[in-house]
Write a protein that binds this ligand. Structure first.
Ligand code: C2E
Ligand code: CA
Ligand code: CA
Length: 721
């Protein structure tokens, strides 16, 4: 049925305007309004109802009709169409009214006509007019029943829009009935479900597309919405599929109501947020895990430690003991410097894997940074048990690490803090474990130390030490000790190694391991080293002159890595040699292997220039610097000093000497001599002698001696060995 256009004639205006206003109850139509029941019935109809008298005045209007006109009832009653609508439209209505009032229509069923009302919503409405007759059958007015018009075309249009939406929206849209069976889904949703036609979802449930637990959860949620009418807005759902895969969605679910407002099902829209979720997870991982080893990082480690603190405080009477182990890989820098960062990374990953092998399920292993690892050991039976944990770790690390570019050995220095010390902050416990680790390193690496209050004091006094070290030279607090070096062929003393000592006014004799690293860090090593060099050269020159037959007596002086890189070091040494008048051919410079690999190019160039001064050059601590042996051919090296850790590893019976054997035979093949340091037992000496080691140094012969003791040795001779 087509709507009548609003006509433009204005002719009806005067006619209608001439009608006198009718007062309420003065309609002559009888007064059904008097019947309360009738009135409340009509008032509550969803249809709009009004009544007009013969002059076109509205004498009754139900609530719905007034609200449709957006006017209170007082403003509607007594008005004509000309008061309510534009004149042309009012004219159309009046003309149709006249037809009904004139009896031109079927009095029984009334006359229906569709209009487009201006200013009303919905604006497309059908008016059914029914004439009202008095007792004698004369027409005295009319009833109008106004109903919203939904015609087939607009229905079609609506369904077209909906289908379009469902077909193109890149979201999962679905409608479900009261039993959560699909009634319609969007094409995008169908694709997600793995079906080609959305219609195939009809009648299916989530159980046909999702894993059971997710389907059940969705069912429960929807039944709740149906029961309460409360929507679920923008909740994040983890969707699991039958094949185990997982997706994330942001979902809004609403109750689906029929025309009468009754809930008959649900509908929902959900957007895939899997990518965002994965990104979030990845960011969370980055914040709490180490990228290289995939272990927890320092932040997560402290977090877990914090949990443990809280748990410990809750257990009250039954305290449980836990420990923090701080691990630092010994000489890791050496691997990095000599074999490259890739090898360093490889080693870290491998170390992490081995450490994981030492864990119990409740323990936490973390990479705290660089080559530092943290281990959190919970529920220790007794505090002493931690020693076994540390030993197991050392054992686990002792086997060779096979990297792409070769084998390396490594150990760890481990510092331990125990909860029995009564910490209040996780950070404090970790700090003390760190301090204990430094102690383990200072005590010779590859070992563990448990933190005690003493260490804290020592850490503080380290600072004091630095200040004191700055004054030590001016105050003349350094002395040089001399340790004999013996020739194993000729079985006699051939020279000394100069080893510096610090006579600290309060601490007594401080060994170089406790201040040389500090001196290197602060740059103080340059003046200290120069002083030692000068003192040692002066001393050996004096002895060469004083003792008959000693003009070839040798002196070895240590050159630190820092000194090796000093640009003017060669010139400085040349001046010292000149100043003391010593024959450079009787002086040996000892350069550690690790100092050399730190910057091979500069190191090699400096050695070349030192050689031109006619000095002898030794590689110190050989075997610990991870250098490849082939580089030796290109360096002006006279002798290797085998690190004392290898010598001490030779058992009492001289066994386990494969490495020493290998070093000696290689050196000899290259025309380089070998000095063994740290020789403490006769068995070691015998083994070294039989391996044709050239020289030796160690407590077996003599400890480092003050100059007057060394002098006595020169005059009295070394005891035969
Ligand atoms: P180094 O050059 O390897 O010196 C040998 C160290 O081994 C000395 O320790 C010596 O006392 C010790 N030693 C000798 N025989 C034995 C033995 O039979 N058993 C054991 N367990 N140890 C033995 P010291 O004097 O404490 O020196 C430690 C390090 O300090 C030296 O190691 C050297 O690297 C550095 N150093 C000492 N004096 C100087 C110096 O004047 N300048 C520089 N740059 N470094 C120095
Ligand atoms: Ca040395
Ligand atoms: Ca050494």
């Amino acid at each position: 049925m087509a709507a009548k256009p609003a006509v433009t004639s204005k002719t009806g205006r005067a006619t209608a305007g001439a009608v006198k206003p009718a007062r309420r109850h003065d309609t002559g139509l009888g007064d059904p309004d008097g019947d309360e029941v009738y009135r409340s019935l009509v008032d509550n109809l969803t249809d709009m109802v009004y009544r007009k008298d013969l002059s076109g005045r509205i004498v009754f209007a139900n609530r719905r009709f007034c609200s449709w006109l957006k006017r209170p009832r007082e403003e509607v009653l007594g008005k004509t169409d000309y008061d309510l609508f534009p004149a042309t439209f009012a004219e159309t209505l009046a003309a149709d009214d006249r037809r009904t009032l004139g009896g031109g229509t079927d009095g029984e069923h009334g006359d229906a006509e569709v209009y487009e009302f201006p200013h009303c919503q919905p604006n497309r409405a059908r008016i059914t007019r029914v004439p009202i007759c008095d007792a004698r059958g004369a027409i005295v007015g009319l009833h109008g029943i106004v109903a919203e018009v939904i015609d087939a075309q607009s229905l079609e249009e609506q369904s077209f829009f909906l289908t379009k939406l469902l077909d193109t929206l890149p979201d999962n849209v679905y409608f479900k009935d009261g039993q959560s069976r699909f009634r319609a889904i969007s094409r995008y949703c169908a694709e997600k479900f793995g079906i080609t036609d959305p219609a195939q979802a009809m009648g299916k449930t989530d159980h046909d597309f999702f894993a059971g637990d997710h389907a059940e959860q969705a069912f429960r949620d929807e039944q709740e919405i149906i029961r309460t009418g409360i929507p679920m807005v923008n909740i994040e759902e983890k969707e699991t599929f039958p094949d185990g895969s997982v997706k994330w969605a942001a979902t809004t679910k609403m109750p689906l109501r029929d025309g009468g407002g009754r809930i008959v099902g649900t509908f929902g829209i959900s957007r895939d947020i899997t990518d965002r979720k994965l990104m979030e997870e990845q960011l969370a991982r980055q914040a709490f895990y180490d990228g290289l080893t995939s272990l927890p990082n320092r932040a997560l480690f402290l977090n877990r430690l914090g949990h443990l603190f809280r748990r410990a405080s809750r257990t009250g009477g039954q305290p449980f003991v836990f420990a923090v182990l701080y691990l630092d890989i010994d000489r890791f820098k050496g691997v990095n410097d000599s074999m490259g960062h890739q090898a360093g990374d490889e080693l870290l990953i491998e170390v992490a894997r081995r450490l994981e092998g030492c864990l119990r399920p409740s323990d936490t292993l973390a990479r705290l940074g660089g080559d530092d690892f943290g281990l959190l050991v919970e529920d220790l039976h007794r505090p002493e048990d931690i020693h076994r944990v540390a030993e197991r770790i050392q054992e686990e690390l002792s086997a060779a690490f096979r990297l792409k570019d070769g084998e390396v050995f490594c150990s760890a220095s481990i510092g331990i803090a125990l909860s029995t010390s009564g910490y209040e902050q996780p950070e404090d416990m970790l700090r003390d474990a760190d301090t204990a680790m430094y102690r383990a390193k200072a005590n010779g690496r590859s070992r563990h130390e448990v933190f005690d209050k003493d260490m804290h004091r020592k850490a503080v006094s380290q600072l004091q030490l630095e200040t004191d070290l700055r004054h030590a030279l001016d105050r003349n607090e350094f002395v040089v000790y001399y340790q004999p070096i013996v020739d194993l062929d000729r079985r006699c003393l051939t020279g000394f190694e100069a080893l510096v000592r610090w006579k600290h006014p309060a601490r007594g004799l401080v060994p170089p391991n406790e201040f040389i690293p500090l001196a290197e860090e602060t740059g103080l090593i340059a003046p200290i080293g120069q002083w030692v060099m000068n003192e040692a050269c002066r001393q050996v020159r004096e002895w060469q002159q004083r003792f008959a037959g000693r003009d070839a007596l040798r002196m070895s002086v240590n050159l630190s890595g820092h000194q090796l890189l000093q640009p003017d070091i060669v010139e400085q040494i040349r001046r010292t040699l000149e100043g003391t008048g010593v024959d450079p051919r009787t002086v040996t410079m000892e350069i550690t292997e690790s100092a050399l690999v730190r910057d091979m190019e500069v190191g090699a160039a400096t050695m070349e220039r030192l050689r031109q001064l006619a000095l002898e050059l030794n590689i110190d601590d050989f075997g610990t610097g991870y250098s490849s042996l082939s580089y030796l051919q290109n360096l002006p090296v006279d002798a290797l000093k085998i690190d004392r850790s290898f010598v001490s590893r030779m058992k009492r019976d001289g066994g386990q000497s494969e490495i020493v054997h290998a070093i000696i035979s290689l050196a000899h093949r290259l025309g380089i001599k070998v000095v063994a340091e740290g020789v403490e037992t006769r068995e070691q000496l015998d083994a070294l002698t039989s391996l044709r080691c050239n020289s030796a140094q160690g407590y077996l012969f003599a400890r480092p001696l003050p100059s007057d003791d060394a002098e006595r040795l020169l005059s009295e001779g070394l005891a035969p060995f």
